[in-house]
Design a binder for this molecule. Structure first.
Ligand code: GAR
Length: 207
């Protein structure tokens, strides 16, 4: 995945199984995400996301939070790796750590996140279950720009997913993950091609 002229470099930060990462890797390879994935970083040594990266030939790095006294010094180590890889923007894909203010300022308006509910509903760690338990009829993933407040920030894309009477939590999770794997590459491609203009809370998408 070599750098072409005008193509932005990005990193993925992931803590878990890496379903979104895999969808992003496939989209980069297919030319559907026109940006260069330079590095995948995980705070979890055994995250399967690292394995997906290795299999795709993308540098996969584990940085252990336990090696650092606090969140900011851990984040500074991550930022150093991002700068070494000349990363222009950062994609969070199931990254289960809060970013420090320092990190967010370093990459101001250049960090994307995916959350498995229609924000601002059901923020937090258990969004799919919370929506299911609440009995809402429609939920679905949100891709947004990361700001200091958790699960907040200008919204790029949302995709509604209906909860049908025969859905179980497991079938709903599957539908949401499917939708995530469709919209996250789209949002990354729009961002990478400079198609997003952030105006206050709103993201204007140009053709
Ligand atoms: C995804 O469903 C993502 O929306 C969620 O973690 C999952 C990661 O799956 N993120 C959050 O809940 C962030 N608040 P993956 O490792 O298979 O991509």
């Amino acid at each position: 995945m070599s750098k072409e002229q005008g193509i932005l470099n990005f990193a993925v930060l992931a803590s878990g199984r890496g379903g979104n990462l895999l969808a992003i890797i496939k989209a980069v390879k297919a030319g559907k995400v026109r940006a260069d994935l330079k590095i995948v970083i995980s705070d979890k040594k055994d995250a399967f996301a690292l394995e997906h990266a290795r299999q795709a030939g993308v540098p996969a790095v584990h940085i252990n939070p336990k090696d650092f006294p606090d969140r900011e010094s851990f984040d500074r180590a991550v930022i150093d790796r991002l700068h070494e890889s000349q990363v222009d923007f950062v994609v969070l894909a199931g990254y289960m750590r809060l970013l420090s203010v320092h990190f967010i300022q370093q990459f101001h308006n250049r960090i994307l996140n995916i959350h498995p509910s229609l924000l601002p509903s059901f923020k937090g760690m258990h969004a799919i279950r919370d929506a299911f338990d609440h009995g809402v009829k429609v939920t679905g993933p949100t891709v947004h720009i990361v700001v200091e407040a958790m699960d907040d920030g200008p919204i790029i894309i949302q995709e509604p997913v209906r909860i049908e009477p025969d859905d179980t939590l497991e079938s709903l999770e599957e539908k949401i993950h499917h939708a995530e794997h469709r919209i996250y590459p789209q949002a990354i491609d729009l961002f990478a091609r400079g198609k997003l203009k952030i105006e206050g809370r709103r993201v204007i998408i140009s053709a």
